[in-house]
Design a protein. Structure first.
Lengths: 513, 488
């Protein structure tokens, strides 16, 4: 299975969908069982990937290449480096948990729901493993349709508005990105006479600066809308708030990462001169900083629990893009780790909102208060998720944020100073949320009889908590696996620098102090 | 005179002859040969047989060309069969076959019986033959009128339906005007060159400088006529009313085949005799393309009638196709060819789903008639979703390949702003296509909806159009090759 491992990972959910089509829709439990089996299988087949991945090698591994459309120069070319391996693992893992978490909450059109979810898994995995730009684009767009349905059919009261807004925003960005891809492709043909969308070959393209910048901005529109960076974030609170719980989890944990991943995989290596351009870096960093602070401030004043978490995503993703455009090893490695952390912690926060929403069917913060008395286990899990999200040392969030801050300070003191305020605000809105919902006396009669977490909910939270602790206590494997690819990217943008492990060593020194 | 009707002439003309013969025979057999009770079924089979005959003739031409290369000329160069013409002939055959199959159930449900309908379809296809193969102004014009006249009748086929009558009249009046403009332009071309042969006209046009007033007038009037035929702005006004009023099967045929045929004519003229005056027509086409996309997209947003919505979307598609001609390089023309083929299949497919919804109690035309289709018939809802995604240009459907080539050619020729506008309009288009999707997948039907009108024919046609829409999208290689070879 070694040769076709990536294809197997990619198509396992698709096989799940195809079989699912033959299960009658009224047999809801059979559908649920099969969807969960497919998702677990999807995760299990991705395990050999991380186990057999050799982090000491440069370049891509598990590469598969089929000439798909020779007339256009499009190949089915997939492969992974350290960055994509982590993203694929995040996708299969979160997908499995999200699908399991929908067991009780989705009772309408169950079959269609799981079909969409599994289809979306295919698209997301495809995005992270494509090494052919056109293939990447196909998967990129493929993700939109299932998400539209997940929000639009199973979502909250303003679901249709949120769904179409999500679709229009990301599609517009995507198509403009396509124009940039085509420009790059044509430039490559003009120079080498070879028609190909293969990313590693496109890297050899030389472009005049104005054109490189034009292409950069076109990629920027595609990726920044997806991340989303300020001021393109307005679709996110709507989509997050209206989506069903599992949809929000996947949206936050994986879908947004496609944008940040796009910056790392495509913008930086393909357009190194534009990416290192002072103006462009300044614009992107300023937008990231605005995102960090604005997202946190808006979170502070939300009345809606889920919307608060949604805006916190804007803030956290601001850290990710800040890390990327600090353009040093710590920054990019920190950004990838922060992406995973955000997936875990924000995924948990959305699940936590989902748990209470299942019981009370309201997300108004003022409806709650003193829940810790009624649901002690729930309060513990929430506290854990909150601290992980706020960046408490020994939990995952700390590693990511700290590395990014370090990178930001290294690049420019002012950037770091502004970003730090985001951490403070982040702690503020989370702690205040916890205080308002969990602590104090039970003020609302309706909250008195609420049931604590059941085993299914525990089953979703425990693996996430375990992963959060694992990253927080021992992040070295993550830095190790990221070392080679990140160094390659930074070298391409800036010229050679110290390896990423130095960051880890430095980090440990700082901790010891 | 032995050179008057040679074997080559016959070989070239044969498909058109067959189509015309079968058309006449259909009219005759309708009330004479076929038994009353089986008549409708016999008619359909008979027409399909005619298509098989025509296809065999096309296939032999195809084989001849692929062996000997070059082109076949007949009647002193008035008719020409080359790869380009054959490409369109195959599109016409496919769309006529699908239209015929669709019609059987549709007219049964509407309780209308018109033997002449099938004859007219074949006659229209015969006119299209001359549009794609004509190489001389008179032949082209006669072909265009043959097609247009049959369509005027087809659009007004539902005599008892007021909208159908209105649509026919509107289409006829505006169509006559546009034909007049076109033929006026043709007469100017004749005046400039003293010949009706496209080649000789080309030489005469090339000798004029691009600021020439007569040339500009000729180009402008010809373009006005052609833009009308492909329903591009600012000559699109007839489209929404005609599409809405015509029987849905005729709308589908009109939107797909008639537009393809008019594009064949457009390419023949613009890339043939008028190729040297590209500087004159290119800005006009670029303006028309932008206007078509703008009007098509913006007007479609508020439509509640699905057929009108698709009419505006077809105006929008005309804009995209024109952009390929604006780019004008090899990729651009290839893009036009691929886009046309893709457009034909996805449009036929989308209208096919609408005909399935049509019952005696409902026309299936209101966007609300699609409510809950996912629950009533998941297969049709999913097919429709695929057609709509393709119309919007989302990979991996065929529509994406078409749009890709248009973008590619625009960027290749440095039209960055046109490319950006075309890209932004993709996102606008998704908004109204997804109103239909929402209606099918999210909204619940308020009242009990009648069952779908299904037959083996509609299933086969749906599977065929769907397979093409997905097939071209997922594995475009052979189709791209086919289009490339056409231009060689």
């Amino acid at each position: 299975m070694g040769d076709n491992l990536l294809s197997l990972i990619l198509f396992t959910p698709l096989i799940g969908v195809l079989v699912l089509l033959f299960i009658p829709g009224r047999m809801k439990d059979a559908v649920r069982w099969w969807a969960n089996i497919s998702a677990v299988a999807g995760f299990l087949v991705s395990l050999p990937l991380i186990m057999n991945f050799d982090k000491s090698l440069d370049g891509y591994q598990f590469v598969e290449r089929i000439n798909w459309i020779p007339a256009l120069g499009v190949q089915y070319l997939i492969g992974v480096d350290g960055i994509s391996v982590l993203m694929v693992m995040l996708t299969t893992f979160m997908g499995m948990l999200a699908i399991f978490s929908s067991w009780d909450s989705i009772n309408d059109k169950v079959k269609e729901y799981y079909a969409m979810f599994l289809l979306q898994q295919v698209g997301m995995i495809g995005v992270f493993i494509s090494l052919d730009f056109m293939l990447f684009y196909v998967f990129w767009e493929l993700v939109l349709v299932p998400m539209y349905f997940i929000i639009g059919v199973w979502g909250g009261p303003r679901k249709l508005y949120a769904a179409i807004k999500f679709f229009l925003y990301t599609l517009a960005g995507g198509v403009l990105m396509l124009l940039g891809i085509i420009t790059l492709y044509l430039q490559h043909i003009a120079q080498t006479g070879v028609a190909t969308f293969e990313v590693t070959q496109l890297m050899n393209t030389q472009m005049p600066m104005w054109m490189e910048q034009l292409v950069f901005w076109s990629f920027f529109l595609g990726f920044a809308i997806k991340v989303p960076m300020f001021p393109f974030h307005t679709w996110l609170p709507d989509a997050h708030t209206e989506a069903p719980t599992a949809g929000s989890v996947i949206l936050a944990a994986v879908l947004l990462k496609m944008g940040a991943y796009g910056f790392i995989r495509f913008s930086l290596p393909l357009l190194p001169n534009a990416s290192a351009d002072r103006t462009i870096v300044n614009v992107l960093v300023v937008l990231s900083l605005i995102g960090i602070i604005y997202g946190a401030l808006v979170s502070l004043m939300q009345q809606d629990w889920k919307k608060l978490v949604a805006y916190s995503s804007v803030s956290h993703l601001g850290f990710c893009t800040l890390g990327i455009f600090a353009l040093n090893e710590q920054g990019i490695a920190g950004s990838v780790i922060q992406q995973i952390n955000h997936g875990i912690s924000t995924g948990m926060l959305f699940l936590i909102v989902g748990v209470i929403y299942e019981r009370r069917h309201t997300r108004e913060i003022k409806e709650y208060g003193g829940l810790a008395h009624v649901m002690p286990n729930y309060a513990i899990v929430f506290a854990f998720a909150m601290l992980s999200s706020a960046g408490l040392p020994l939990l995952n969030g700390f590693i990511g944020e700290f590395t990014i801050l370090q990178a930001a300070f290294q690049a420019n003191m002012a950037w770091g100073a502004f970003a730090v305020t985001g951490v403070i605000f982040g702690a503020a809105y989370l702690l205040w949320l916890y205080q308002r919902t969990m602590l104090g006396e039970v003020t609302n009669e309706k909250n008195k009889g609420l049931k604590d977490l059941n085993w299914k909910e525990w089953a979703v939270f425990l693996p996430l908590m375990a992963w959060a602790i694992a990253i927080g206590v021992y992040p070295k494997p993550y830095f190790d696996i990221l070392e080679k690819p990140v160094a390659a990217i930074v070298e391409r943008v800036n010229g050679p620098k110290a390896p990423v492990n130095a960051a880890v060593i430095e980090l440990k020194k700082t901790e010891a102090r | 005179m032995s050179s008057f009707y040679t074997a080559t002439d016959h070989f070239v003309l044969l498909p058109a002859l067959l189509l015309a013969l079968f058309a006449c025979a259909t009219l005759l057999f309708d009330f004479w040969v076929f038994p009353e009770s089986q008549r409708r079924k016999h008619l359909v089979w008979f027409v399909l047989m005619g298509e098989v005959f025509a296809s065999v003739a096309y296939f032999r031409q195809h084989m001849f060309l692929s062996q000997h290369g070059g082109e076949l000329q007949a009647f002193g160069g008035s008719l020409v069969v080359d790869q380009f013409a054959l490409y369109f002939h195959w599109i016409f055959v496919a769309s006529t076959v699908i239209a015929v199959i669709m019609s059987y159930k549709y007219f049964e449900v509407r309780d209308e019986h018109h033997g002449e309908y099938y004859g007219l379809l074949l006659l229209a296809q015969c006119g299209m033959y001359f549009l794609a193969s004509g190489n001389e102004l008179v032949v082209l014009f006669v072909g265009l009128e043959t097609m247009a006249l049959t369509f005027y009748v087809l659009v007004g086929l539902l005599k008892r339906d007021q909208r159908s009558n209105e649509a026919a009249l509107k289409y006829f009046l505006l169509g006559a005007l546009s034909s007049g403009l076109l033929v006026y332009g043709f007469s100017l071309l004749y005046g400039m060159s003293g010949s009706t042969k496209l080649r000789e006209i080309g030489a005469a046009v090339a000798s004029r400088d691009s600021g020439d007033t007569v040339l500009f007038l000729a180009v402008a009037t010809i373009l006005a006529g052609l833009l009308f035929k492909i329903a591009a702005a600012p000559f699109h006004m007839w489209a929404p009313d005609t599409y809405e009023g015509a029987p849905t099967v005729v709308t589908a045929y009109l939107a797909a085949a008639s537009k393809a045929a008019s594009l064949a004519l457009m390419l023949r003229i613009l890339l043939g005799p008028l190729a040297s005056s590209r500087d004159v027509w290119m800005p006009i086409l670029a303006g028309a393309a932008l206007l078509s996309m703008t009007i098509g997209n913006i007007a479609a947003v508020t439509q509640t009638n699905t057929k009108r919505l698709l009419a505006y979307s077809s105006i929008n598609h005309a804009g995209y196709i024109l952009l390929g001609i604006v780019a004008g390089n090899q990729t651009g023309i290839q893009g036009v060819l691929i886009y046309t083929m893709v457009y034909v299949f996805m449009t036929l497919g989308a209208f096919l789903v609408l005909t399935v919804l049509c019952r005696d109690t409902t026309t299936g035309e209101d966007i609300n008639d699609l409510h809950g289709l996912m629950r009533r018939s998941p297969a049709h809802a999913i097919w429709m979703l695929i057609f709509l995604l393709s119309l919007a240009g989302i990979p991996p459907t065929a529509g994406f390949i078409g749009k890709y080539f248009i973008f590619l050619s625009l960027i290749e020729t440095g039209h960055y702003w046109l490319a950006a506008a075309a890209a932004v309009y993709v996102a606008v288009a998704i908004y109204y296509y997804f109103r239909i999707v929402k209606s099918m997948f999210v909204d619940k039907e308020e009242t009990e909806m009648p069952a779908l009108s299904l037959s083996l024919g509609t299933r086969v046609a749906l599977a065929a159009t769907g397979a093409m829409t997905l097939g071209i999208g997922i594995y475009p290689e052979p189709f791209v090759k086919f289009a490339q070879q056409t231009l060689r």
